[in-house]
Design a protein around this ligand. Structure first.
Ligand code: IYR
Length: 222
């Protein structure tokens, strides 16, 4: 068993109280501008920005620091096309057969359907995989912990980092997503978690008129 080694937490930064308050306000002001976008332009995005956002995602707190995630960044046109074809097939089955009337009713305000042209138009698709278990260099299985939570937090940081950099994203979850392993050649220990569509919104992009719950609705102070 390897022993814990500690070092001083020298990166920690403390701010004066007023500055803390202002930073909290400013951050909320920034993140509340984020909207899930479904109209993407084909304008290119430099790979360095995506790399930096992925580094941010990789800082997420996670189970036993095993970092049970893998991000496949797809910009290749033919691969995007394959993903669109497979995703739309699942989406058609979802909208026409699998989705319950209750689910379709919940989705109605978003105006979504089985057509996913943005899977080809947007410059990047980031397929996020959750590693149900790890594999050592010698091929031994390693148990991972809190995989869904860990990958969910990393994905949240990624979405926030992309937004902060000035990019739009769409959390797309064709279900089931097994086709992503096959198209992207990912191993059996990885389960597709989410497909993030990344790029710039079109000039005339519109978003659903929806509201967020109030603080009173989402939090209780005791
Ligand atoms: N995966 C489908 C349906 C869908 C489901 C939920 I829950 C959403 O918030 C949005 C869409 C689609 O992408 O159209």
């Amino acid at each position: 068993m390897s022993e814990a080694q500690f070092e001083a937490y020298s990166q920690y930064k403390q701010y004066p109280l007023e500055e803390m308050q202002q930073r909290a306000v400013d951050f909320y002001d920034q993140v509340q501008r984020r909207r899930t976008v479904r109209h993407f332009s084909d304008k290119q995005v430099s790979r360095e920005i995506i790399e930096q956002c992925l580094l941010a995602a990789g800082t997420a707190p996670n189970g036993a620091n095993l970092q049970p995630w893998h991000f496949v960044v797809v910009s290749d046109i033919e691969t995007k096309q394959k993903i669109r074809i497979a995703a739309e097939e699942e989406e058609r089955a979802f909208y026409n057969e699998r989705a319950t009337p209750e689910w379709l009713e919940a989705l109605a305000p978003l105006g979504t359907d089985a057509e996913k042209p943005f899977l080809e138009t947007a410059p990047y698709l980031i397929a996020i995989f959750a590693q149900s278990y790890g594999i050592t260099a010698s091929g031994k299985k390693v148990k991972n912990y809190y995989v869904q939570e860990s990958v969910g937090i990393a994905t949240g940081i990624l979405i926030t980092a992309l937004h902060h950099a000035g990019l739009a994203s769409l959390t797309h979850t064709p279900s089931p997503m097994g086709f992503l392993n096959q198209i992207l050649g990912r191993p059996n220990n990885e389960r597709p978690f989410l497909l993030l569509v990344v790029g710039f919104p079109t000039q005339d992009a519109v978003v659903p008129q929806i509201t967020k719950k109030t603080l009173e609705d989402i939090a209780t102070f005791i």
